[in-house]
Design a protein around this ligand. Sequence first.
Ligand code: GDG
Length: 740
Amino acid sequence: MSKTIIVSNRLPVKIQTEDDKLVYKPSSGGLATGLGSIYKEGDNLWIGWPGLEIKEEKTQTEVAEHLKEESMRPVFLTAEEIKDFYEGFSNETLWPCFHYFNEYVVYEQSLYEAYEQVNTKFAEAIIEHAEPGDTLWIHDYQLLLVPQMVREKLPKISIGFFLHIPFPSYEVFRLLPWRKQLLQGMLGADLLGFHTYDDMRHFLSSVSRLVGHSNLHGKIQLGDRKIIVDSFPMGIDYEKYANSAASPETIRREVRYRTHLGDQKLILSIDRLDYSKGINKRLQAFEQFLEDYPEYHEKVSLVMVVVPSRDQVPKYKRLKEEIDELTGRINGNFGRIAWTPIHYFYRSFPLEALSAFYRMADVALVTPLRDGMNLVCKEFIASKLDKRGVLILSEMAGASKELSDAILINPNDVNKLVESLKRGLEMPEDEQIRHMSIMQASLKRYNIHHWVNLFMDRLEEIKLEQEAMATLRLDDESEKQMLAHYHSSHERLIFLDYDGTLSPFFDDPKDAMPDKELKEILATLGTMPDNRVIVISGRDRKTLENWLGELPVDLICEHGVWLRQQGKDWNTIEFLTNNWKSEILKVLELYVDRTPGSFIEEKDYSLVWHYRKVETGLGELRTRELTSHLKYITTNMGLQVLEGDMVLEIKSLEVNKGRGAQKWLSEFDHDFVFAVGDDETDEDMFRMMPDDAYTFKVGRTNSEAKFNLKNHQKVRRLLRKMAGMPEKEAAIQKISNHAG
Ligand code: GDG
């Protein structure tokens, strides 16, 4: 039976040494809770690092045995790997870069090599446990290379990947020397999930600019694999926090804390120690608040929990010192015997203590400078059983996209923060309840289980879609049948599109002239007595005549404006006019002026706007503008606007490849019809073909054609077979054997 394997840097377990013995505690993190329902089922597994260095092989075996019972498979890391892969490349290169702290990024090749090595280790562990048909869900920035590493060994396996931290803008991501490798690593997945639409947009833009894969509505076609990129805002285990807020232990704690704090209003701040969380700015704002509003002295306190994290890293050590200093200064300057402005805790608390803080807080101050999502603000909302309380939330946290009922602030704007604090502390209760109810309803619905289900369902959908596409591929059996039909027939019509079908695309369309192999194929195929080969293209007739005029093929140019049978003169469709051209030309020239790299091609009966050489993104933007502009002005002109591969073509409605092909189909008897093409304009040709025709779409987009061929090389391979020519590799081999 197929299984699901979760992979993350850390396993959902805490292992500690107590009295020389290992003690295992389940992790209570959001991810562990959300995925708990999955990895414990059936044969499912969770693969990851157990969170501490274990040197002795005997202990490793013992740990592995213990974790096996819990459906976990450990990947052990050496002290050096922990230092270079985890503390180094993950936390000193990727973390600051992805959180826009460029000045903190360490660029060091040796750290990247350690990252690659540990990612290989994870990939090997996956390969050891995975079987065809399994589903993998890989998590976070420590494992960006793993999807592709697994894909190479298990090409068919279903892989989902989720990034828990922000994906930075292209302008920032491009600074990394290993940017291409990282993207290619991620692209090994079938589904790539991010917290927000912005993260996904940034990722898609980097993929397009750095590795050259464009996307259509978040779908990237990579060879014959379609990848989906989407946003899945992560939720929390709502019930867990709501229940904990109501538990007797939480209430007992609240009563205890209240006795010490008095009836002051409370502002709450909870974070892991990290420069991305904006703790300093928050303290500055609180300091200014106390300066600006002395009437709040002794009336309000800040409860600040900072959970120790990465404090071996120098930057984090410094940050801790700064926080200590600032807190000391504020308490020193403003404190009174009976009032401590900031209650500062540098440690972690049990869940019930957190819940008590959440319950007691009048205002939660969640002001990260950058945060993938931020779960603390969601937990605060879920804990507010009486719906009283105000959330002040940074726009830079992914959660702000969902929680528009919070007071949203820019964490760098200290004045605004101070003002928001005052507003929050003074917000009327009915307004608090109104906002809180809306946010609670949303978080209840989009909880962690919803998030897990949504992601897994989407991954399954993609796999099904990929399988459906795979059935279109010309398999050996269908190819054999087609060739048998071909050999037994005597009146064959073979329609071949040119660009993208017989020849690859070039930046300059003039460079796509036929090479030696193509000429040989067309000559051989065209000379066979039972064949009539027709090259049917959007190209102008001069070019096609120059390139293919000497070969034994018929030509249909400009999508059917010009037609020529071998040995005869050019023919054209009657009643075609060109009097629309000057008006459209003016519009196109306007767009060329505004779009460096674009140019106009004038054909006898059509105009083409090319944007292959235009800056990525700008070309697509201009095409959308131009298309709607042209569609508007051509409404009553009998013209059509066609989008091709990096081109926009305007021509008479009377002209299309289907009509061109129709002339051959009606004029010549046929017992075998073959048609191949790659773009939208070829669809007209496919539609015109008889039912028993063999129609092929080059590339993997939806089509009227029956089969797919991957690229122009696959087209040539098939045509060589029809022409009875040896396979290309075999031909080369033969020549070299002969020469030898
Ligand atoms: C990364 C992304 C994204 C905190 N103090 C205590 C404690 N916590 C728990 C909170 C919360 C978790 O830690 C912190 O989660 P965040 O989401 O706020 O931040 P990161 O750890 O940076 O997480 C982040 C997240 O991944 C998920 O995708 O939201 O943007 O950076 O659950 O409750 N828990 C306990 N004691 C504490 O003292 N027990």
